[in-house]
Design a protein around this ligand. Sequence first.
Ligand code: MF3
Ligand code: CO
Ligand code: CO
Length: 252
Amino acid sequence: MSKIPIKTSKEIERIRDAGALVAETLARSGEMCKPGVTTQEIDDFVREFTIKNGAIPACLGYKGFPKSVCTSVNEVVTHGIPGSYVLKDSDIINIDITSILNGYHADSSETFLVGSPKPNASELVAAARECLFEGIKVCSLPKARFSDIGAIISGIAEEHGFSVVRDYCGHGIGRSFHEEPLVLHYRQMLPGPKIEPGMVFTIEPMINEGTYKTKTLADKWTAITADGKLSAQWEHTIAITPHGAEILTLAR
Ligand code: MF3
Ligand code: CO
Ligand code: CO
């Protein structure tokens, strides 16, 4: 039996409102990603802009996370902590923003290219983006199951010779940051639960140039690739409606 929460259209509306704010915050943060900018400056912007718009940065203090946003540069897979790092030409940086507006969370991230990208980095970032959007598409198919998401994403990653991170996954979202179900981005042996109207969850594939394996730094948050090669991630919060999957983290 699945205990995946089913949301009302009113609840989904609230998440969509939070999602619009996240989308705008993310787009503006992306414009900041130029050589010479520190990840702390991005954190300052995200915190101030979120609060100015009546929302709460969900990351700040979440399980002890010290900042308002995750900034994951180059070999950092996820949960990078903003600080004194200065962005330089040809870096890639994932900015992952979660805001709480009127009690509801929305979660989205994007990987931005700093200055002029190296070809391998552009290919990785584009492939990770494709993994997200193809993962969203399968959710609209009749009789879709959660395991279909990992199957399509793994196929795309493999075509490029890239790998799919297994240590972190997507998640249900709503009044809580992380709810049922776990959304795995890699291929599974067994069929997962059915994807049904009223479910709200994230898809957030992390795609690596080399090994899928990760390790966590001494700060207990920053996850990096085990081989030091690049990692890219894209994330949206989606709702399943009677008409298919709707992206809730879009700008208005
Ligand atoms: N936004 C991340 C996710 O996609 C979670 C970040 S938790 C934090 O699930 F504590 F690191 F902020
Ligand atoms: Co996120
Ligand atoms: Co998430």
